[in-house]
Design a protein around this ligand. Structure first.
Ligand code: SF4
Ligand code: SF4
Length: 102
């Protein structure tokens, strides 16, 4: 199991979670390319430290991800374990789920 970052992080990404993660398993490639952060499911030790730090309550333990955001479990995994093309596909899917403002 692992924690998952869901839709409310999109375009917020203040990185409060990154500061408290003891194993540094919360990633983004760059603020200009990624609209959310992604938890590596195989590196996360399930400590829960990040969850209360998120100002928009985007972080959930995998079994507690709300139904409307179930897809984000897979998106975190795909972004962290796929190649560059897969990463780009995840970004495109994020843009479909929440079209960029303006
Ligand atoms: S604390 Fe929440 S909003 Fe901020 S980067 Fe982490 S998941 Fe995203
Ligand atoms: S649950 Fe712990 S190990 Fe996993 S991402 Fe959050 S702070 Fe890092």
């Amino acid at each position: 199991m692992a924690y998952v970052i869901t839709q409310p992080c999109v375009d917020v990404k203040d990185k409060s979670c990154v500061d408290v993660c003891p194993v540094s398993c919360i990633y983004l490639e760059g603020d200009d390319v990624d609209r959310k952060l992604y938890i590596h499911p195989d590196e996360c030790i399930d400590c829960g430290a990040c969850e209360p730090e998120c100002p928009v309550s985007a972080i959930f333990e995998q079994s507690a991800v709300p139904p409307e955001w179930q897809e984000f479990t897979e998106l975190d995994r795909r972004w962290n374990t796929g190649d560059a093309a897969e990463r780009q596909a995840v970004r495109a899917r994020i843009d479909e789920i929440q079209p960029p403002a303006g």
